[in-house]
Design a protein around this ligand. Structure first.
Ligand code: FAD
Length: 516
């Protein structure tokens, strides 16, 4: 089908006037297709060609602003009829690094118009416990606000909440709660999905499970998530938030591993993350970034024999105001076996919402200094536990220098909290670490984007020898993807054939090539 015919068919699907067709000059402007129908724009494509990474910029032919699931179904079905190699990418908030939500010369679906959150505190006949139904384009921050009105909350989070439900579920969605509840993809009861064939399907672990698990962590390859049903639990009012510093990497990792290996009771922390910081006073990733108030820490408190890097563990425990005394006793008991530097422990109490939304304050501060919308050559890795000490010696200590920009996260998670039926790729070992180099490339100072990307290549070549896996993987050809998926590859190829046989969806991942 030619381009012209594609748009004619699509517009008819949208129930719209097709007299606009063929008027190329109108395609240069913002084109509204129809009354009360979907909007397809051929001119405001700049946002859809950009993402958080600011590294790749591939323009689509058009952007769809759907007003209903039917608009998405129509687009995907029509693209399937097209012989013009047309592709379709759902874009959550474009917080990808390497163009994963872009569709060169295809159509980007701006999922932010797909809204709707319904909290079910008592569940229903099919799902007896509390849950929330959230549209794929909703932001996690809005899901949190809606559920908190009922005193409820999702259990598993990302550090930053201005990410879309469909976007994080297409990856995994991890944070300091993952050790306990698994990634976000483990906390989904049901999905509504538009497959690459344009079929609208409700799936769950018991209904069409093949599609359900393919889509979770499936990098947008098998379907577009239009709605997700997410497990809820009671939300605490407040959290005790603790940061404890280390100079010794072995103690830092041993303590984290001990903390995430406890059986899940009231005597375990709710959230455990670790960070590498630089032994300087940089407010973003030096020791000044650790205390909750500047006066809590000064240079004289840092041990003299500290090397080029230090470490800290971040922990929280939720509580309600009336239980404060019991919570304090419990927290002290849980901290007692840890080997952090006793004088370098910092504590604060904040609301549960404030804690979960903590990165937004950083966003506001960096935005006001023009430091938020800059290139981000981020690298996220899953490192097997058995290699983390070697990784510290070869990478953290060698590569991280004084002008390293951005935070570095290092925290372990338990493999048995991940459902191995989902598509997300993780190492084989029973425990592995998330290591995230969240660097930014500032135009005026610090290492250039190219230098940082060269560093990433060096790290990746070292990782090759230790069976690590990329989180938010970036590869350019099927052979590399085959290696990434390992024994899952054949299954991924078969699932693609079943649910998106023409390889229409998420072309920015570069896994499959659009075919007729
Ligand atoms: P996009 O970047 O728009 O899309 C990502 C991929 O999913 C694309 O391939 C896209 O086509 C596909 N997609 C998007 N929506 C859908 C849908 N509805 N259905 C099917 N496919 C879809 N991640 C973590 O796990 N933990 C963190 O703590 C964390 N912190 C972050 C902090 C910041 C400041 C930023 C910028 C990102 C962070 N991320 C984190 C990464 C984030 O999870 C990814 O960027 C993820 O892609 C979600 O972003 P998004 O919603 O903008 O999706």
């Amino acid at each position: 089908m030619s381009w012209l015919l594609f748009f004619r068919v699509f517009i008819i699907h949208c129930g719209l006037i097709d007299t606009l067709l063929g008027r190329r000059e109108q395609q240069q402007q913002l084109v509204w297709l129809g009354v009360g129908g979907c909007r397809l724009s051929f001119s405001d494509t700049a946002d859809a060609a950009r993402d958080w990474g600011r590294i790749k910029r591939l323009s689509p032919a058009g952007v769809l602003y759907p007003e209903s699931v039917d608009d998405i179904v129509s687009l995907v079905r029509t693209a399937g009829l097209s012989t013009s190699n047309l592709t379709v990418a759902a874009k959550g908030r474009g917080h990808s690094i390497n163009g994963q939500a872009q569709a060169p010369e295809g159509i980007v679906i701006e999922m932010s118009t797909m809204r709707g959150i319904k909290v079910m505190p008592e569940g229903d006949a099919d799902c007896p416990g509390p849950f929330v139904d959230a549209a794929g384009g909703e932001l996690w921050i809005d899901v949190l606000k809606a559920t908190l009105k009922e005193g409820l909350t999702p259990r598993s989070w990302t550090d930053y909440l201005y990410l879309s439900v469909g976007g994080t579920l297409s990856n995994a969605g991890i944070s300091g709660q993952t050790f306990r509840y698994g990634p976000q993809i483990n906390n989904v009861l049901q999905l509504e999905v538009v497959t690459g064939k344009g079929e609208l399907v409700i799936c769950s672990p018991s209904k069409q499970p093949e599609l359900f698990f393919a889509v979770l962590g499936g990098l947008g390859q098998f379907g577009i998530i239009t709605n997700a049903r997410i497990v809820l639990e009671s939300a605490p009012q407040q959290v005790r938030w603790i940061r404890a510093m280390y100079t010794d990497f072995q103690s830092f990792t041993r303590d984290q591993e001990m903390l995430i290996s406890q059986p899940s009771t009231t005597e375990t922390f709710d959230y455990v993350e670790g960070f590498v910081i630089i032994n300087n006073d940089n407010p973003f990733n030096g020791w000044k970034s650790v205390p909750f108030a500047p006066e809590q820490l000064n240079r004289s408190m840092i041990p003299e024999d500290t090397g080029s890097v230090m470490y800290y563990i971040e922990l929280t425990k939720g509580f309600d105001s009336i239980d404060i005394h019991a919570m304090e006793q419990n927290v002290e008991k849980m901290l007692a076996p840890l080997n952090y530097i006793q004088s370098l422990r910092f504590t604060t109490d904040v609301s549960y919402f404030q804690f979960l939304n903590r990165i937004h304050d950083v966003e506001l501060s960096l935005s006001s200094q023009g430091l938020w919308d800059v290139p981000h050559p981020w690298l996220n890795l899953f490192i097997p536990r058995s290699s983390i000490l070697e990784f510290n010696t070869k990478v953290f200590k060698q590569l991280i220098n004084q002008d390293f920009s951005g935070p570095i996260l290092v925290y372990p998670v338990n493999r048995d909290k991940w459902d191995n039926r989902a598509s997300a790729v993780i190492p084989e070992e029973s425990m592995f670490y998330l290591v995230a180099f969240l660097r930014n490339a500032l135009p005026s100072s610090g290492p250039s984007l190219k230098n940082q990307m060269d560093d990433n290549s060096k790290i990746l070549s070292m990782c090759h020898d230790i069976s690590c896996k990329q989180y938010f993987p970036t590869y350019n050809n099927p052979a590399q993807w085959e290696q990434h998926f390992g024994s899952q590859w054949q299954n991924i190829v078969e699932l693609k054939q079943t649910f998106d046989p023409h390889a229409i969806l998420a072309p920015g991942q570069n896994i499959f090539q659009r075919n007729q």
